[in-house]
Design a binder for this molecule. Sequence first.
Ligand code: GLN
Length: 313
Amino acid sequence: MTTADWQRLETSLPAWVSECRGYTAQGKVASYIPELSKAPKDALGITIMSSDGRSVSAGDSELAFTMQSISKVFTLILALMDNGEEAVFRKVGMEPTGDNFNSMLKLELVQPGIPFNPLINAGAITISSLIKGNGSAEKSARILQFFKRLSGNASLAYDSDVYLSESDTGDLNRSMAYLLKDHGVLEGKVDDVLDVYFRHCSIRGTCADLARMALVLANNGSDPLTGEILIPRRYVQIAKTFMTTCGMYNASGEFAIQVGLPAKSGVSGGILALLPGRYGIGVIGPALNAKGNSCAGVRLLETISQEMDWSMF
Ligand code: GLN
């Protein structure tokens, strides 16, 4: 990006956030995990980091939130690093479902009964079972450590209130896990696998943490500061492809057309997005649209992508 382009981004970002904030009124904060319903409905914030070390934030970018489904991108990568491609894709598929993220429909309807992809809940729970470690505590510790390295934030931690809230109310995920266990897809104890899953969904961060993690993907797996390879390039390619085809749930096609960037959303209202080779982006806007994506967050990414001509397509 030229200096003039970056200056335009820096100057315009606060105005774009203000314009898009109005869309928060059209959404609802998730409440099926009761603790999430405490998030501020009208919040909207963003941080963008560039591969040459520049960073710009606007709105409520300091708000802390749990990563929820955004974490699934990185547990997939860790599972690939732990087991290799072949072993992972014996357990999860590579296709979008067109269903809600927590649907179990296709596990029964389509054979073999493996989850369609690693970003829906059934797929991510399966991925949790593939993380190496001695018991759920060590697996969770390895995941948190990996997230700390990617975000460059050594103080990243779990939100224990959100973790307990989801663990108390996660009956749908629990039933899914038992089904997967019965189908021979999940190995190990269902409760242990779910513990790993609920914990990684409850890792708390800010827009800057998401932007920095996204920047590692934008950099093909290298640390933006040191150049150290944190993720093999092939696994970044797999992650970016899933983000493009399945990252915004069953609104991924529309998002690809309107924004044109690999992205992953979570029910907390976070969105992680990236422009390959150039930017890592973190967005928060807790009010969600009917498909479960941040109402104003999607609108903000549409505005930026269109104004700055960032679509990859
Ligand atoms: N922890 C959430 C769940 O399992 C994650 C879902 C999401 O962010 N879409 O329901």
